[in-house]
Design a protein. Sequence first.
Length: 287
Amino acid sequence: MAKVFPRTFIFFIWFFPLLHNSGAFLLPSISLLERRYRSLSRTGASIYRSRMRLAYSNDPEQPMSSSPHTDIDPLNLPAPDHLMLAQALPYMVDFFEEYGHANIPLGSVDGRRCSTLRRLHHAGKLSPTDHHILSNLNFQFDAFTFDPEEIDFFSLLNRLLKYNNFTNANFQIPKKYAPDPQLGAFVAYVRRMGRDGLDPSWVEALESVNFVWKSLRKCGSSFLVNWRRISEKYEGLDEVPDLNEEDERWVQAQASSFLKGNLSDHRAEYMDRLPVRWRDYMLSKGE
């Protein structure tokens, strides 16, 4: 046995570099993800090597950018440090190539990854390299929420008019409008606040262009389907009702998402309209 061990050990020392150099022995690392990403990118080199001028035009299908006249070649991006960005990067580059930014809307795995990257940014868990990559992809580090004191209202209104003139859609812009997600979120915000909740000068400007205050788009999301069901069931009640098992399970799921930071501000506002103390729900259940 004493003679077998040295021979085995010597053989391993001799053979390990061959395995490692041949790629047969792979250690998980960000660099490997980067090599895979670059290898896949070569198959679409004619697309990925194209350089885009980012500017918002009269055509709303053209990408909107907060920094026009910027040309980016995604193949020159360095390897990301954070695993979440490494997983999302190929899809963010694809999205950037099509729309001029990498703000993938929620509703998909990649949209949720973008939301996670924003939380990582605010938690200080992204490296300077990660920030460099995301900035070059015109990624917005803050969620599309609106502070009345900071909104450039007339700039957004001008973009909305360009969209409406081009599409003739009667101001029915999707909330998750990929070419300009900020614009879609802005219109949703304006409708949610209503005439009484907005600055009078904004209301006057919107009325002057015949803005349609009610969305004609039907949202079939699971959230709104369940929200409407519970809202209609307990309409007019001031006291917190005793929920049945199905309603209780759904409210608990929303409270859990809220505590994890996965419930948008817009949906939290919807939940506040229900006659249910949903924000305290997890605590009331002892979780």
